[in-house]
Each structure stands twice: as structure tokens, then as C-alpha cells.
Design a protein around this ligand. Structure first.
Ligand code: FES
Length: 194
């Protein structure tokens, strides 16, 4: 009998404690949702660009932003297509109009006639030399060689692209043979880099 009273009393006390807790409530209040506002401020802080940059215009953007990216991509593709076609490179010079220069491959011990519309690397490979290269786009220095006639390498070749050598290295005669078209007779030491 005593235990039944005890259990009953305990249950009543528990119920009272729960009721008091619920009545008191909680002081926590959900914060106002400001995520939309923050996204909009970030979108305004992103500067306008005149080249394709798909990720920045999508922040807080809508249909207009997507259209802007589409337009920019279209222009970019046009430029890339022009570059791929080689229209602004010496490679575009027709064979029958191209000047021919004597390039002495010093280590290989041979002088090769190289047209102004072919690179030193291409000419060397056609002559049967096993020359080093990797990207063939002027973006590494695997194909680097040194023009040993003295002075700036750009007095002897035109680099179509050169994303590696600073002026000082060009002054020392270094050239990226994969993108270097001859503009003069020259002597080349292949496999040389700064
Ligand atoms: S092979 Fe990479 S720059 Fe010539």
C-alpha cells in the first residue's frame, strides 16, 4: 500500500514539474532570416567583368545574370576560335610567302632551313632531332633553348605566346622553342633553360 502511494505521489510531482516547465517557456527566439539580404549585398560587391566568369554572376543573380554570362561566353569562344585558327600567328603566313632562315642546332651539329611560319621545335623535329617539350603552348619551360648569337632572343624569333620568360631571361637569349618563329638566322642550343 505504501509503495502504491509513493508511486502515485512521484507521478503527480513529475507531472507538476513538466507543467511548470512548459508554462515558463523558453527565452530563445529565432533570428530574422537575413540570408537573402546577405546574398544580394555580395552580388552587388562583385565587380563587373568583360570576360566570361561563370561563378561570380550567379551569386544572387537571376535570368539577366545568366544571359550576361551567355553573351560573354559567346565573345570568348570567338576569340578562342580565332586563336585556334592561328590567324594572328606567323603560322598563318602561306608557305610560298614565308621567309626562310638558317638555324644552326648547335648540339645536334646541323644547320636547318626554317620557314618563318614554323616553330624552332617543329623544324628540329622534322629534321629528326629528339627535342624536349611538354605543353607546346608556351606554358612551361620543357622546350626551352638558348640562342647563342648574343643579345635578346626576340631579336631572332617571335614568340607567339610566352607565359614563362621575363624580360631578363629573354635578354639572356632564352626562347620557348615550341612557340618561337624565326625572324633571322640564328644559332640554337636546345635543352637549355635559365
Ligand atoms: S613545351 Fe611547354 S613551353 Fe614549350
Amino acid at each position: 500500500m505504501v509503495s502504491v502511494v509513493g508511486v502515485f505521489g512521484g507521478a503527480v510531482l513529475t507531472l507538476v514539474a513538466v507543467a511548470l516547465h512548459l508554462a515558463a517557456g523558453s527565452e530563445w527566439q529565432p533570428r530574422e532570416d537575413i540570408s537573402g539580404e546577405v546574398l544580394e549585398q555580395r552580388a552587388q560587391a562583385v565587380p563587373e567583368t568583360d570576360f566570361p566568369e561563370p561563378s561570380n554572376r550567379t551569386v544572387g543573380g537571376g535570368g539577366g545574370a545568366v544571359a550576361a554570362v551567355g553573351g560573354a561566353e559567346g565573345e570568348g569562344e570567338g576569340e578562342l576560335a580565332d586563336e585556334a585558327a592561328g590567324e594572328d600567328t606567323p603560322a598563318a603566313i602561306p608557305d610560298d610567302e614565308a621567309e626562310v632562315y638558317d638555324v644552326e642546332f648547335e648540339k645536334e651539329g646541323e644547320t636547318v632551313e626554317v620557314k618563318e611560319n614554323e616553330t624552332l621545335l617543329e623544324a628540329g623535329e622534322e629534321a629528326g632531332f629528339d627535342l624536349p617539350y611538354a605543353c607546346r603552348e608556351g606554358q612551361c619551360i620543357s622546350c626551352s633553348g638558348q640562342i647563342t648569337d648574343g643579345g635578346n632572343s626576340e631579336d631572332y624569333v617571335e614568340h607567339h605566346t610566352n607565359q614563362m620568360f621575363e624580360e631578363a631571361e629573354l635578354e639572356d637569349g632564352y626562347a620557348l622553342t615550341c612557340v618561337a618563329y624565326p625572324t633571322s638566322d640564328l644559332t640554337l642550343e636546345t635543352g637549355e633553360s635559365p
